[in-house]
Ligand binder design. Structure first.
Ligand code: GLN
Length: 554
């Protein structure tokens, strides 16, 4: 018997940034724990075709899938929480939807009809949602709608959902609405009116929520719950208190206190099952109760924009749990760092990570930070641009290639150790010109990377234009750099290491995109372990030299 797919629509009201993505991912985790196959889609009402060309100030991290699409950072939360790999079918923007419809119109596919938001845009939205359900790979498909109810550009999406629910039947669909219950300190009260209004807005379009997740910073009183239930026409047991938590990984457990998984599955007519959240609980317990502490420096350009490094930050939470450590991240501004002052930034960090990035700004600071890490034997992890800067640093200071650089930063450099591949040189259109998505890599036996992964053949996700220039590889190797991994088909460099160093790795790909709860990326795990080792080595040396372990500054 083919399975009846169930759909859960997640909408938001009152204000943005309430954490709809994490809410969807958390309920998804609970349903997974009940044994259901789950996936989550995100519908973004903005008109950009994808977030690839949007500024990090606008959009935060661009999350890349195996099949090479640049998507919203919420897809990262989905993968980390539900362990389902996302694809191009999991993220759609209004830009893509309009583009498809307009292209069809130009081809004459609409046979002379007037092309309109209803039904043509809404049909295209419904087709994209149905496509995921029709794979029959999932029991439950979540559909998160970006923005808040009432946004003009979100209207076609909500209208499409209204029609979709009619097509599929109320019993196979449900709406979870995330809302804010503000507390007014001057009157000492929680206010339910904004929630009532946002639900009113939903009902105006013909959408009746089945469950309300009420974001609050204090307990929701029963009287408020009953009031919300009454005014919003939702049963009181479906009005869920969604408190702020110190870690996002606590959220599924908090929801579970209200049996959210069971309530959702019952509402969808799915059989009652026993949830198994034991592994997740252990993980969260370790996040809360680490036995040690380690500080890692991250040297990048957007230090004030933590959303740009979302997956890296989360990968360190995962890696901390594996090492029984709390990893604190210290943000180092690459525009402040120089070869002369780098040392002072290293006094209280035990490892350096240089993340991905674009453009020349801050590149010399990153190179300076790497120089210090290399010379002082501080564990170093370079990701994408981080690898490229490590190659530039090594070429300049070890191989003696003065002014070696990436042609991204200086296209007149005498030594373009990082360069465009020939196939890229004449491409000028932004978007779609990068090496994107999963590429194979073959690791060298006995490399640090091989030891971390425990296998030779790996596949990792990419997002970059520039590459290590293979015509310099012999020189780099002669001076002691190890090419620890290459793409077998193209020969492009994927992993570099310095075997004489405690732990020094650069990767051309983005390992952070594949780190998940209870499935930490092995390079992050080993990097944190190396940082702990480095800290212990330093302590041993100081003890040997008679420095008091409890002295200030330790
Ligand atoms: N700007 C570099 C490139 O395009 C690195 C990109 C990145 O770090 N993701 O190759």
């Amino acid at each position: 018997m083919s399975r009846q797919v169930k759909y859960i629509f997640v909408t938001g009201g009152v204000v943005s940034s309430l954490g709809k993505g994490i809410a969807a991912a958390s309920i998804g985790r609970l349903l997974k724990a009940l044994g259901y196959d789950v996936t989550i889609m995100k519908l973004d009402p903005y008109l950009n075709v994808d977030p690839g060309t949007m500024s990090p100030y606008q959009h935060g991290e661009v999350y890349v899938t195996d099949d090479g699409v640049e998507t919203d950072l919420d897809l990262g939360h989905y993968e980390r929480f539900i362990h389902t790999s996302m694809t191009a079918d999991n993220n759609h923007t209004a830009g893509q939807i309009y583009e498809t419809v307009i292209k069809r119109e130009r081809k004459g596919d609409y046979l002379g009809k007037t092309v309109q938001v209803i039904p043509h845009i809404t049909d295209e939205i419904k087709r994209r949602i149905r496509k995921v359900g029709d794979t029959k790979k999932y029991d439950i498909v979540f559909v998160e709608v970006g923005g808040t109810v009432g946004d003009i550009e979100g209207q076609p999406f909500l209208e499409a959902i209204r029609q979709f629910i009619l097509d599929q039947g109320r019993e196979n669909t449900m709406i979870v609405h995330l809302t804010l219950i503000p507390y007014l300190s001057h009157s000492g009260e929680m206010k339910t009116k904004p929630t009532q209004h946002s639900v009113m807005k939903l009902r105006e379009i013909g959408l009746q929520p089945d469950m309300l997740l009420c974001r609050t910073d204090r307990p929701l009183e029963n009287s408020d719950r009953d009031k919300i239930a009454l005014f919003c026409s939702v049963s009181p047991e479906m009005v869920i208190e969604a408190r702020n938590e110190s870690t996002i990984y606590q959220i599924p457990l908090s929801y579970q206190k209200y049996a959210v998984g069971e309530k959702v599955s019952r509402r969808l007519g799915l059989p009652d099952r026993q949830a198994d959240l034991s592994g997740w609980k252990k993980f969260v317990d370790k996040v809360h109760n680490p036995t040690q502490f380690i500080r890692i420096g991250i040297c990048g350009k957007y230090t004030e924009l933590r959303d740009s490094y979302k997956s890296i930050i989360e990968a360190f939470v995962h890696a901390g749990v594996d090492n029984d450590a709390r990893v604190e991240l210290k943000w180092l501004d690459s525009e402040e760092m120089t070869l002369d002052n780098a040392g002072k930034y290293f006094s209280d960090i035990s490892g350096l990570l240089v993340p991905g990035g674009f453009g020349e700004r801050g590149s010399e600071g990153k190179i300076a930070a790497i120089h210090y890490a290399r010379c002082a034997d501080v564990p170093f992890f370079g990701i994408c641009l981080g690898l490229q800067c490590a190659v530039i640093e090594f070429a300049r200071h070890v191989c003696g290639l003065d002014h070696a650089n990436s042609t991204e930063f200086n296209n007149k450099t005498p030594h373009p150790v990082i360069d465009l591949m020939e196939t890229q040189v004449n491409v000028s259109e932004l978007g779609g010109t990068m090496r994107l998505g999963a590429w194979d890599c073959r690791l060298e036996k006995d490399s640090l990377a091989y030891r971390a992964y425990g296998k030779m053949n790996i596949s990792e996700r990419h997002r970059h234009r520039y590459e290590v220039n293979n015509s310099y590889v012999d020189q780099l190797q002669q001076h002691g750099m190890r090419i620890a991994g290459r793409n077998p088909a193209s020969g492009l460099v994927e992993v570099i290491e310095l075997p004489d160093h405690l732990w020094f790795i650069g990767v051309q790909y983005h390992p952070e995109l594949k780190s998940r709860v209870l499935d930490t990326h092995p390079l992050f795990r080993d990097f944190v372990r190396a940082a702990i080792q480095h800290k212990e080595n330093l302590l041993d040396k100081e003890i040997e030299a008679g420095v008091d372990e409890n002295s200030p500054g330790r």
